[in-house]
Design a protein around this ligand. Structure first.
Ligand code: SF4
Length: 457
């Protein structure tokens, strides 16, 4: 069968969510075309030739973009079986079906995609994924994706690998939790290594691990790193590791550095212990400082992410969050969009189980793929809108992180009616190593992201 797989957005990464199902489908003789809509437009003609069209819904931004293009896709391919698959599929089933999707699958979708291409009915969640080496042929070259920006200003080509799926934890706000419910699966080491090898051969000088948490299986992770480092000693990498894992596995941080770890992304979310308890993050505000010190002490850059705006956030809390970032010397380590994120409440979120939480929410809204909420203090919602607008403007103008931060510092203090204390941003030093894609999976998509599929990059 002629199959088309589409990825609306994957954080500037060459999409594993296309390359892995493509490998399984091609192995069974299907003709598979891959289109990354973050780097190319939806074709105007020829879509009616495909018997099966899958669209990857691995994150909020991708699903918002998918929702905007599905009506056009349905019109252009009226007879194709249209499948939405990924973490954001099942929670948005009703909406997706209303937009013309025939079958909605979760992230463990590969056996069902193959079954559908064979003309069989999908049996969601019945079959276990047998991982194969992703087939990346037909995707744009790695050089067209997000680059590593190093502290000395040089750029390196990045490969994107996954060593596991799911997560052992049950953070209430996490979209993985309703789908995986605390389960995670290691992707076989030989598959990960072969995928890394094909990307190194394609020019990758750095690997970005896309695992929800790289240390859910520390032995698995270390064995992979040991092999990679033995083979390509100059190859560097980054990974996402939760704060409590950084503390618990602090003894292995030097080994991560030895194996080439340049930076660790970590979901700090908030410095406020009450908010962290609501989110069930398993760490405290003080732990963030400790994790930052341990990570940096091991010679690895620390890159925290945040959810600054929640229904519990008060104006003063936002000032304190910026203060925390500044005091820890993290201004150059935090992408400005991280300081604008508004808590997302998707269908199935464990937050909905929190007593009293529904009091903050309106009814489910398809246009935002979640339950809208308002702060009890309207000034907080106004500040969030101003912060979001400032970050988008600063990003489009190419401003440096300290400049963006200074603007947010001024906005936050104006909101509480105090003059902003002067900041010494010169002490920040150069920005650490990071990827060139500044946006984030839980951030609201920009107008440009929402319309790129029609016009191309
Ligand atoms: S540790 Fe990270 S990936 Fe795991 S449930 Fe919590 S937020 Fe989600």
């Amino acid at each position: 069968m002629k199959v088309l797989l589409l990825s609306p957005y994957e954080l500037g990464r060459q999409p594993f969510s296309l390359a892995h199902p493509a490998a399984l489908l091609r192995a069974r003789g299907h003709e598979v075309e891959l289109i990354d809509l973050s780097l190319g437009a939806l074709p105007r003609t020829g879509l009616e030739d495909f018997g099966l069209i899958g669209i990857a819904l691995g994150m909020h931004t991708a699903t918002r973009i998918a929702a905007s293009l599905l009506p056009e896709l349905r019109r252009a391919a009226p007879t194709a079986r249209l499948v939405g698959y990924g973490v954001y599929g099942p929670p948005n089933r009703e909406l997706l079906e209303g937009l013309g999707v025939d079958v909605v699958l979760g992230p463990e979708c590969e056996p069902d995609l193959v079954a559908m291409a064979q003309g069989e009915a999908p049996r969601p969640s019945q079959a276990r994924v047998v991982f194969q080496v992703p087939d990346r042929s037909g995707l744009p070259t790695l050089a067209r994706y997000a680059h590593l920006l190093t502290a000395d200003g040089s750029r390196k080509i990045v490969g994107f690998v996954e060593a596991s799926r799911g997560c052992k934890y049950l953070c209430r706000h996490c979209p993985l939790v309703p789908v995986y419910e605390g389960g995670f699966r290691a992707i076989p080491r030989e598959v990960v290594l072969a995928d890394a090898e094909q990307q190194v051969r394609a020019g990758a000088e750095h690997l970005s691990f896309g695992d929800p948490d790289f240390l859910n299986g520390p032995t698995h992770a270390l064995r992979i790193l040991e092999s990679l480092h033995g083979r390509w000693p100059a190859l560097t990498f980054d990974a996402t590791i939760k704060i409590s894992h950084i503390l618990h596995y602090q003894d292995i941080l030097p080994r991560l550095r030895e194996y080439g770890c340049l930076f660790i992304t970590t979901a700090a979310e908030s410095f406020d212990d009450a908010v962290l308890a609501y989110l069930d993050k398993g760490h405290t505000g003080a732990d963030i400082g400790q994790a930052a010190a341990l990570t940096r002490g091991a010679g690895i850059a620390f890159a925290p992410t945040f959810v600054p705006f929640t229904p519990w956030t008060q104006l003063e809390d936002y000032v304190q969050l910026l203060r925390g970032v500044y005091d820890l010397g993290l201004v150059n380590s935090v992408a400005p969009i991280q300081l604008a994120i508004r808590l997302l409440v998707p269908e199935g979120s464990y937050l909905l189980r929190l007593p009293g939480f529904r009091d903050y929410l309106g009814p489910f809204a398809g246009d935002i793929l979640g339950y809208p909420w308002r702060s009890p203090d309207p000034r907080v919602d106004r500040l969030q809108a101003e912060v979001q607008a400032w970050v988008e403007k600063a990003d489009s103008e190419g401003r440096r992180r300290p400049e963006s931060f200074a603007g947010l510092w001024a906005l936050a203090h104006a909101a509480v009616g105090r003059s902003a204390p002067e900041l010494d941003l010169s002490r920040e030093g150069p920005a650490g190593p990071r990827l060139s894609e500044p946006w984030y999976c839980c951030a609201e998509p920009t107008a440009k992201q929402l319309s790129r599929w029609a016009a191309g990059p």
